[in-house]
Design a protein around this ligand. Structure first.
Ligand code: SF4
Ligand code: SF4
Length: 80
């Protein structure tokens, strides 16, 4: 499977959680953002932070599901 570097453009994130739902559905067979391998966190100032967990395999599926260009993926040179 190809692996991707995923750049987060936090100011474009709307908090829709489509990325988390896509990852959760694919890898945990649950439609639950909490089960995803990334977490979208908003501060009280509405600033978004996106954290990838240690079990993220850099597949880029979450970025494919972002309608708002808040995640941009670049293919890594080496497939592991
Ligand atoms: S890159 Fe893949 S495994 Fe990692 S958070 Fe996104 S969908 Fe989940
Ligand atoms: S990164 Fe994209 S898909 Fe994920 S919550 Fe933000 S806007 Fe939605």
């Amino acid at each position: 499977m190809a692996k991707y570097k995923i750049e987060v453009i936090a100011e474009k994130c709307t908090g829709c959680l489509r990325c988390q739902l896509a990852c959760s559905d694919l890898y945990s067979k649950k439609f639950n953002p909490v089960s995803a391998r990334l977490q979208v966190i908003f501060s009280e100032e509405d600033e978004c932070t996106i954290l990838f967990t240690d079990d993220c395999i850099h597949c880029g599926i979450c970025a494919d599901h972002c309608f708002y260009d808040a995640m941009v993926k670049t293919k890594k040179e080496v497939n592991l």
